[in-house]
Design a protein around this ligand. Structure first.
Ligand code: FE2
Length: 385
């Protein structure tokens, strides 16, 4: 093979290496780990990602004359084969993303900047590399979007026609953006006058940021109910205290359980699922039949579970839409067992419709082609119950 052919092959192996590492990252990140272990895996995957060219440069034979003679050669060679085999899977998932359609009854109504450009109060805040990153010109971290959908469903109570649900997820209070940014965004959210607020976890990234909860989420206003579950980051920072804070603000913190609430005088089953970070699951099979079931989950990975348990509408976050998305290709890293298959937006399984939020924040304040978002969903009644 000519040298240029070997270079092309090496490039393909490197892309495949990235795919295999992303699978590995998704697998480990989806498990219950302490923060230190999670950070270690993240760093290890980053180091392994940039390793191949150094290995090829250092080997005495080079990539061109791979001999398969030593155990290391064989190990690296077989890894290369696996990397190449991962590429068709990558292609299939990409095709699936391109062909994806909105589920029946869902309509995108509007997609706008939540806060006008040039707003004086939108500062990055924090210090060091996070502040530097957030202020980069191409970075969308400080430019939240308002995404508005309508969902027409049969057999909804007539009183719910026009019911507005606001979905917030992954605020990740850690200093960048600063508290005033969240206060501003959430004050804008209140102007939208939602009936229900649903929050799908990852609020705090540090003990001292518990103090932010009251001054930020405390500014939200709603008509009927505010519901929340916690996420993996919350599990690392005194989660029970966080639940208490949220309850004092008027949120129903669902945990791994369900209950019936009244919304405009009609019953709605609202459930939460916080596993695998908090053990358990809601016993939804014991919930009343023929009552609309809403489920909040931090991770979208529970879609199949939700479908099996008769959930009508599910909200999730956790994956942040990947935060950095290449044009046409989409996100690179996605901490879900389903990888890029459940990256952002709407999904459907059986009668269950799932919305996955891109989130409002992130531990790493870097976003490209994936701005932070607030989602507002208006329910419309189709055929009468
Ligand atoms: Fe998150």
């Amino acid at each position: 093979m000519p040298f240029v052919g070997w270079i092309a092959l090496a490039a393909l192996v490197w892309v495949g290496h990235g795919v295999v590492l992303t699978w590995s990252h998704n697998f480990f990140y989806g498990r219950v780990n302490s923060r230190r272990i999670a950070d270690f895996f993240q760093l290890m995957h980053g180091v392994l990602l940039i390793l191949p060219p150094f290995v090829w440069a250092k080997t005495s034979t080079g990539f061109v004359d791979w001999k398969w003679t030593t155990d290391w050669d064989k190990l690296a060679g077989w890894h290369g084969v696996i990397c190449l085999l991962s590429l068709p899977v990558l292609l299939l998932v990409s095709l699936g993303r391109w062909r994806r359609k909105l589920p029946y009854g869902v309509k995108l109504e509007r997609q706008t900047n939540l806060v006008p450009e040039g707003q004086a109060r939108l500062k990055a805040g924090g210090a060091g590399i996070r502040n530097w990153l957030a202020n980069l010109g191409f970075n969308e971290t400080l430019r939240p979007e308002l995404v508005e959908y309508s969902l027409t469903m049969d057999h909804l109570p007539a009183a719910w026609d026009g019911l507005r649900l606001m979905h917030l997820s992954d605020l990740h209070f850690h200093g960048t953006p600063e508290r005033e940014w969240y206060q501003w965004v959430l004050a804008e959210c209140s102007k939208l006058q939602p009936d229900l607020v649903v929050c799908t976890g990852d609020l705090v990234d540090g003990m001292k940021f518990h103090q932010w909860v009251g001054g930020t989420l405390g500014r939200l206003k709603w008509e009927e109910q505010a519901l929340a579950v916690l996420g993996n980051h919350d599990s690392w920072f005194a989660p029970e205290s966080l639940r208490g804070n949220l309850r004092r603000l008027g949120f129903k913190v669902l945990g791994n359980r369900w209950e019936v609430v009244q919304v405009r005088g009609e019953p709605m089953v609202v459930g939460g699922i916080e596993s695998p970070w908090f053990e358990g699951e809601p016993r939804l099979r014991e919930a009343p039949d023929r009552v609309f079931k809403l489920l909040l989950s931090h991770t979208p990975d529970h879609l199949a579970w939700a479908s099996k348990h008769g959930v009508d509408l599910m909200f999730a976050g956790h994956v942040h839409g990947g935060q950095v998305c290449l044009p046409a290709f989409g996100p690179l890293v996605m901490p879900s067992r389903h990888g890029r298959s459940l990256d952002r937006g709407w999904f459907e399984r059986g009668k269950t419709k799932l919305y996955v939020s891109k989130g409002l924040g992130g531990t790493h304040p870097l976003r490209w082609n994936c701005p932070p978002e607030v989602m507002l969903l208006t329910l419309r009644t189709g055929r009468k119950a």
